[in-house]
Design a protein around this ligand. Structure first.
Ligand code: FMN
Length: 217
């Protein structure tokens, strides 16, 4: 697959089939993603691949937290919507409008999105990316490049992905379940698997016109 096609085809998948992803395939994807550039080739990332009983345990534990009304406390802080720059707020509003209108009505959109979120998208794999706590902000940037490489490599293998805050909302629990050392912090979880043929997955989000974000001087 051409790079351009992988970039265009990648979009967030919020419902997966139960078809398992082979460990060999995951290894191939991660090895390719390791080609990402990083500050002085520091390669700050680790990947913890949650699948099978381990992933089920994470899903069950998250469900219990949700039932208890816990909202989460990700290692990367979340910023309230009103504090974001106006254009970013407008983009986020447009995305919300777009996805709601992708469904028959608001109630259906709300139900499908909530269910997807509550079940951690029913994926058979979540790839958790961590970096050491002793890292500069540049390592977060590096982890982002690595994450995009993972998603593009997965697309080229016919797999779907979604990077989520949702999956890293409870880092203390993830440290326990995945046996991740306390001196690492969770950046993002990438759900990985074979996309289900459903309405939620056929939504392709929009982007700003390029002339609004590209500035030649
Ligand atoms: C860091 C990050 C965290 C995200 N967290 C979530 C999430 O918790 N739940 C969700 O449904 N989508 C999440 N997304 C997916 C975005 O909503 C999605 O990337 C964006 O709307 C653009 O759509 P696309 O990925 O289909 O191109 C996240 C994306 C990123 C990059």
């Amino acid at each position: 697959m051409k790079v351009q096609d992988a970039i265009n085809q990648r979009h967030s998948i919020r419902q997966f089939t139960d078809k398992p992803v082979e460990k060999k395939m995951i290894t191939k994807i991660i090895e390719l993603a390791q080609r990402a550039p990083s500050w002085v080739n520091s390669q700050p990332w680790q990947v913890y691949c949650a699948m099978g009983n381990t992933l089920q345990k994470i899903k069950n534990t998250y469900h219990q937290q949700d039932l208890a009304g816990k909202t989460g406390n990700s290692d990367l802080p979340v910023m309230s919507r009103e504090k974001w720059a106006p254009q970013a707020q407008a983009n986020m509003s447009q995305w919300r409008h777009g996805i709601v209108h992708h469904f028959a009505n608001f109630d259906e959109a709300h139900e499908k999105m909530t269910n997807a979120s509550n079940t951690l998208y029913d994926s058979s794999v979540i790839l958790y990316i961590t970096i050491p706590k002793a890292s500069p902000d540049w390592s977060i940037f590096d982890a982002g490049l690595f994450a995009e490489n993972i998603m593009l490599a997965a697309t080229a293998e016919g797999l779907g992905t979604i990077p989520t805050y949702n999956s890293v909302r409870f880092p203390a629990l993830l440290h326990q379940i995945l046996a991740v050392p306390e001196d690492e912090r969770f950046i993002v979880g990438i759900s990985l698997g074979y996309p289900a043929d459903t309405t939620i997955n056929s939504y392709h989000s929009e982007r700003r016109p390029v002339n609004e974000i590209l500035h030649f001087n």
